[in-house]
Design a protein around this ligand. Structure first.
Ligand code: NAP
Length: 521
């Protein structure tokens, strides 16, 4: 059994005490021990601010991009080891492991490429390219320039258990390119993969001292050391987000907080779609319900179909879900591994009960038992796909409010675009809504109705049926996040994501003096 160490202040450090033992979700065998007890988080924050920050700020975008390129290269070389770790410690199939691990590498590589085009400055000057800045007085001599400069603190990234690799990498790539040092805090239950990733990143030699630190185990007092130049980016449950936002120092120092939380993502099927579009809809829904055993923030939780099509869709989805082989994720025929731990298994079962109490009924699957290939006795946290149906969707409030973090979705009927939009909006703000339609008018009405409630709206139709990525795939060039229940945050989106780590400041003065100070002349 290995001990997961934290990487703080330039050293690998193990916490004191017993800590917690992480189990293989397939066999329940002990895999790793982790503790952060006694680690000096005040020193880690200071190290990031005083050592990592100056090193990153001394680099231009192009130099930071080159660093990211080396990190991506190191992860690529370690790919097989990382995939194996994901399969073992996360209970992921190889395909799900790739989604996480390749997603991490791909996102870092994307920001390496983006940064390589941002030039030799380490900050942004708006209007630098031949424009004149803001005219502020009668004389053009007195003018204003907006700059966006890296904050002087650290970015603490607290992540959810479901994407130990991608979750850590997608946040860090953006902060590092912006010039802000990172302290990653992966969820304890799946920290083994994050630990392996960090070993590879540190060994690559590409990181300046203090640029990227890692906490394995609980966050302890880490967040209490954050101040007005620091950033807290959190992914996880709405309940934890509430607690973190309410930390006295976070309130007192207006610490920048970005939250990515729960989301009851909906898929809407329009009436009379082309068969290509219908097949795309079925394929995407099944993928979004079962990929990573439904432990995905962008997974489809609600499926809205025209009332007349409800029975047919129920039958077609059930038929496809039946083909999903559940079991030991190291078996290449298995399509869905176990949930990540016993607590998540209990929560998923309780969640289905909650949806049933709210008026939905199970039409496919059994939350309390599943046949799992390669399972030893009753070991492992297996949970098969479950499809529910709520015939009175306006009344089934919990279906729109309770996220079951497993392979569970609820099918519902709607009559007309207006009701579809109203039902989707009952989710209270989400990460992604998908619409499958070949009717341009309906698409127009729905997309613009859904956009205020979502960070992303995905439109499936026959012409993109064989080229589109699935709606649950977060791409670094488009923003990720959502209002309301989804946390109100925003990440990625190319250069947009860097803004979380930059301060915009309006510099006002003599044009010549400012332009010299900014290196514009
Ligand atoms: P969680 O229980 O809220 O934990 C998330 C992270 O917060 C973990 O690293 C956890 O550390 C840490 N944490 C918990 N209490 C803390 C505290 N008092 N101070 C500092 N850190 C604390 O969520 P989860 O169970 O890992 O993840 C599932 C949830 O995440 C789902 O609701 C899902 O929708 C959401 N999610 C959202 C997105 C998105 O992008 N919007 C992506 C993925 C997941 P420990 O593990 O050490 O307790």
């Amino acid at each position: 059994m290995i001990t997961l160490k934290s990487y703080l202040a330039g050293k690998w450090q193990a916490g004191a005490g017993e800590g917690s033992t992480l189990l293989d979700p397939t066999t329940e065998e002990p895999l790793a021990r982790v503790s952060s007890e006694g680690l000096d988080f005040a020193a880690a924050v200071a190290y990031g601010r005083d050592v990592g920050g100056p090193a990153l700020r001394a680099m231009s975008f192009v130099e930071r991009a080159a660093m990211l390129g080396k990190l991506a290269g190191a992860l690529r070389e370690a790919r097989e080891m990382l995939l194996d770790e994901s399969i073992k410690s996360g209970g992921t199939t190889r395909s799900d492991a790739k989604f996480d691990v390749d997603g991490a590498t791909g996102t870092i590589a994307y920001y390496a490429d983006l940064g390589s085009k941002l030039g030799d400055r380490g900050f942004f000057v708006e209007g630098a390219d031949g424009e004149q800045g803001e005219k502020l007085a009668r004389s053009p001599r007195f003018c204003g320039y907006h700059v966006r400069v890296p904050l002087r603190g650290v970015a603490v990234h607290v992540n959810a258990f479901n994407f130990p690799a991608w979750g850590m990498a997608e946040k860090a790539a953006v902060a590092l390119l912006a010039g802000v040092p990172v302290i990653s805090k992966p969820a304890t239950s799946t920290a083994a993969l994050a630990f392996r990733l960090m070993e590879v990143l540190v060994a690559s030699g590409a990181l300046p001292d203090g640029a990227w630190q890692l906490v394995c185990g609980s966050a302890g007092d880490l967040l209490t050391h954050l101040g007005g130049q620091d950033v807290l980016a959190f992914t996880g449950s709405a309940a934890t987000a509430r607690a973190l936002r309410a930390l006295p120092n976070v309130i007192e120092h207006s610490v920048r907080v970005n939250v990515e939380a729960d989301s009851l993502n909906a898929a809407v099927l329009a009436p009379d779609v082309d068969d290509d579009t219908y097949q795309m809809f079925l394929r995407d829904v099944v993928k979004e319900v079962t990929q990573k055993t439904g432990q995905k923030c962008t997974a489809t939780r609600r499926v809205l179909v025209p009332a007349d099509d409800l029975d047919r869709v129920e039958q077609d989805l059930a038929e496809r879900l039946q083909r999903i082989v559940v079991g030991d994720p190291s078996d290449s025929d298995v399509r869905m591994g176990p949930l990540v731990n016993r607590a998540q298994l209990a929560e998923a079962r309780a969640g289905v009960d909650k949806l049933v109490s709210a008026g939905a009924r199970v039409v496919y699957g059994d939350p309390n038992q599943v046949e799992a290939r390669g399972r030893s006795g009753d070991q492992g946290y297996f949970f098969g796909p479950v499809l529910l149906r709520a015939d009175a969707p306006d009344e089934a409030i919990a279906v729109h409010a309770h996220e079951v973090f497993g392979p569970v979705a609820t099918l519902m009927p709607y009559e007309g675009a207006e009701q579809a939009a109203k039902l989707v909006a009952m989710g209270g703000g989400g990460l992604v809504a998908s619409v499958y339609s070949d009717d341009a008018e309906l698409t127009k009405a729905l997309t613009l109705e859904l956009a205020p409630y979502h960070g992303r709206v995905f439109v499936g139709s026959k012409k993109v049926a064989d080229v589109a990525t699935p709606p649950g795939m977060v791409l670094p060039s488009c923003v990720h996040g959502g209002p309301g229940r989804a946390g109100g945050g925003e990440e990625l989106g190319g250069t947009r994501g860097l803004d979380l780590y930059l301060q915009r400041s309006a510099l006002q003065g003599d044009r010549a003096v400012l332009e010299r100070a900014l290196g514009l002349r």
